[in-house]
Write a protein that binds this ligand. Structure first.
Ligand SMILES: [Zn+2]
Length: 301
């Protein structure tokens, strides 16, 4: 073991290589082609955090919990209606506590063909948990989602994309098809665990394709929504257009209590309209794109 007193600039090469190799991007799983020979895949996702953003911090603010409840009362129904109008299926990541608070929401989404994926127990931060607690919570969370929806989840998005040194081993033990919390690429890839292929597909995310970073506000901190909706649309549009040109994957992360507002939902609607207008896009859930990429891996370009 390296002396814990050593500063990072004093670490021996063996040590910093070990740190980096805990979890690494392996082979690209960019596929040879998309279903029906479409040019581009579009995977929309919604993290239904609702009240859990406040509960995981001790549930001190009733006001912020009401903001979370908006996600259930207004955000999800508005998004669900829009997806239905356009006949698109998407992925929703739901903490177990939220699934228990709003079981009908999860059942209704499942009935519409959407995917419900694991998103922790109460939106806890994995990197501060003992590994055995993280494992226990993740397994219980999967069980809760299955009990409520009747479908065993096949994918995990770590709450806050917070990935611990134990997360990937737990995902592998659970036999999950994919993770969607890391950012080493824009197309799917296989996750490596200490230099070995794990068999787990990464459907990569990015802060740049996340509504929360542009729109979140906290009354008691300096955090304010600083990007106008037109600016957020412009970023998402450019991400889509380039993904389309390259024949790659366009993945988006949104939150019902963030994107669901009357003044913002049009961003999602416009992105869907644009993608549909090409007539050359495969709309898919994260589970579907992970499965496709795993079974149709192309040449790493
Ligand atoms: Zn979340």
């Amino acid at each position: 073991m390296t002396n814990p007193e050593l500063q990072p600039w004093q670490w021996p090469e063996e040590h910093w290589r070990k740190v980096v190799n805990q979890v690494r991007a392996g082979r690209s799983l960019r596929p040879t082609h998309w279903p029906d020979n479409k040019r581009c895949a579009v995977a929309l996702s919604f993290d239904s955090d609702h009240d859990s953003n406040e509960l995981r911090d001790g549930g001190k603010s009733i006001g912020r919990m009401s903001w979370g409840q908006y996600g259930n009362r207004v955000g999800v129904p508005r998004i669900q209606k829009l997806l239905k109008q356009h006949d698109i299926r998407a992925s929703f990541y739901v903490p177990a506590v939220i699934a228990k608070l709003y079981p009908d929401e999860q059942r209704s989404l499942t009935a519409d063909g959407h995917e419900i994926g694991i998103h922790g127990w109460i939106h806890e931060q994995n990197s501060v948990l003992p590994a055995k607690d993280e494992r226990d919570l993740m397994m219980r969370a999967a069980d809760v989602l299955e009990e409520i929806t009747g479908v065993r989840p096949v994918g995990l998005r770590t709450p806050s994309w917070d990935f611990s040194g134990a997360t990937l081993a737990i995902e592998r033990e659970m036999g999950l098809l994919y993770d969607s919390s890391l950012m080493a690429d824009e197309d799917c890839y296989e996750l490596m665990i200490e230099g070995e292929a794990s068999g787990v597909v990464e459907v990569p995310v990015e802060w740049v394709r996340d509504d929360a970073v542009y729109f979140m506000t906290n009354r008691f901190s300096a955090l304010r929504a600083y990007t106008p909706p037109e600016g957020v649309f412009d970023i998402f549009r450019r991400e889509f257009e380039r993904a389309f040109d390259e024949g790659g994957l366009f993945q988006l992360t949104m939150h019902p209590h963030v994107i669901g507002y009357r003044s913002r939902i049009w961003i999602l609607e416009e992105i869907i309209r644009m993608a549909k207008a090409t007539n050359d896009v495969w709309f898919c859930t994260h589970a579907e794109v992970a499965d496709w990429c795993k079974t149709h891996p192309g040449e790493a370009s």
